[in-house]
Write a protein that binds this ligand. Sequence first.
Ligand code: G4P
Length: 524
Amino acid sequence: MPESIAAAVARRRTFAIISHPDAGKTTLTEKLLLFGGAIQLAGEVKAKKDRIQTRSDWMKIERERGISVVTSVMTFEYGDHVYNLLDTPGHEDFADDTYRTLTAVDAAVMVIDAAKGIEPRTLKLFEVCRLRDIPIVTFVNKMDREARNPFEILDEVEQKLALDTAPITWPIGQGKSFCGTYHLAKSAVRGSDTQRDLTPVNGPEASQAAGQLPENERETFIEECGLAAEACQPFDLAAFREGHLTPVFFGSALKNFGVRDLIDALGAYAPPPRDQVADTRTVEATDEKMTAFVFKIQANMDPNHRDRIAFVRVCSGKLQRGMKARLARTGKQMGLSAPQFFFASQRQLADTAFAGDVVGIPNHGSLRIGDTLTEGESLVFQGVPNFAPEILRRVRLGDAMKAKKLKEALQQMAEEGVVQLFTPEDGSPAIVGVVGALQLDVLKERLNNEYGLPVDFEMARFSVCRWITAPDKAELENFIDRHRGDIARDLDGDPVFLAADGFSLNYEAERYPGIKMIAIKEYH
Ligand code: G4P
C-alpha cells in the first residue's frame, strides 16, 4: 500500500551540520552516510579504501568548482526515519549560500571540536539558526584527543550562545582512554558505533562503563556522571523544538563513537517537516497539494550532465515525477519530468517526494532562487534571504563586442545566486555584488570557462548598498529621482541605493527618514 502523506512526513528529518572548519563536519557526514547505509545503497563503499575514494570524489567536484561551493543534499534511511542532510559550503565567503540552505532545514547539528569549543564560524551560523528558531543538536567531536572537561564545554555553550544544554550522553574517558558513551537517562552504554543498540548497566558506579577505564580515571568519571545527572538540565523536548535548549552528545566521528547516539537523537527529537509560511497562508506539511520552494541553483554540477539544477525543498503534498507545477513568479506551468534525489555523489530519478525532501530539478534557466512551485495555487513562500553584498565591483570586459553575451551570463550567474547583479538606472555598466571575495574568483573562472568571457573587476565608486522601500510610493519616487546616479535595480527590478561608504549611507538615511534601507531582502 502506498504510504500516506502524513506517515511519510512524520518519518522525515531534514537537517544541516553547522561548524567551524576542521571541527569534523566532513568526517561526521561520511559516518552518518555510512551508518545510514547511503553509501552502500549507492553501491560505492565495499572496503575502507573505497570509502576514501568516495570522499575524494566529492572533493574533486569541489576542487573543480574552485572551493567547496556545492551545496548538495544527501538522503539516507536509518531505522524508521528518512534523513535529508543538506550540505553547506565550508568557506565563509559563501555564507549567503549557507544561510539560504538553512532556510530549507528543520534542525541543525552543531559540531564542536572538544579542544577548541565554540569557534567564530560556529557562533555566526548558530546566530542564523537562532533567527529562525531552528532546533540544534550538539555533537562534541574529537573526544579521542586531548579535550576540555565536558562541564567546561557545556558551560561555554551556555555562556557564548545563551542556549541551555542537556547532556544526553557522557564521554567514558577522553583522549587515549576514550572508549564509549554513557547514556545518562537510560543508564546504558555504547562501546562504539559498531554496537547498534545500547547496553543497559546498573548506574555508572556499577557499570562496565567505569570498569573499562584505567583505574585512576574511574572515580572522576563516576563523579562527573553523578554531577551531570544532578546539576544539568533534564532534556525538555518542547524547549529543544523552540530553540532554547540543545541536547549534547559526545563522540569521535573519526574513531566511530557517538555517531549512532546522534542519529538516534535526530530520529527521536528533531522535528518532522515544519509548516511553512507563505504570503497568503501557512502551508501544513501534511497538506494534500504539492508546494515547494527553490533555495539553491547549481549549474553544471557534474561534467557529464551539463545542466542547471534547482534544489527545491518540498513543503507539502507529493511531488511526483511527470507532474505539472505552477511557477508562482511567472504563473507559468512547468513539467517536472526528471526530478532527482541525491545519494552521496550519485543521483537517481525521484518518483515521489514528500515534505522535507529535497529534489533537484533540471532546467534551462526557468527556475530562480526563492521561486515557489505549487499545483496551481497562487502563493509565495517567504523567507529565503538575500544579503546586501559587502563588495561591489564593475565588470570589465576585454572585448566590447561581447557585451550582450556578458549581460546574459551575469543574469544567469545572479539567478544561480553566485553573485548579485545591479543594473544602474543611469545606464552605466552593471555592478556585481558579493559577500565574500572568493565569490568573485568563482565568477571570473566560470565566465571564462563556461561562457568564454575573460573579465576583470574594477572598483566601483560605491562600497555599500541597501534595498530601498517606503510606505509612501511618492516619497520613494522622489528619493530615486534625486539620487538617479546612485540607484540601481536588482534582478527582480527592485530599487537599490548605492553609497560610497557607510557614512554617506547613514547621512542619506537620516535625511530621508521615510525611506527604509534594507540589508536583508527576502526573496519574493
Ligand atoms: P571539516 O569538514 O569540519 O573541515 O573537518 P574534517 O571532517 O575534514 O576534519 C578535519 C580533520 O579532523 C581531519 O583530519 C579529520 O580526520 C580530523 N577529525 C575529524 N573528526 C575527528 C575525530 O573525531 N577525532 C580525531 N582525532 N580527528 C578527527 P585530516 O583530514 O587528517 O587532516 P588534518 O587536518 O589532520 O591534517
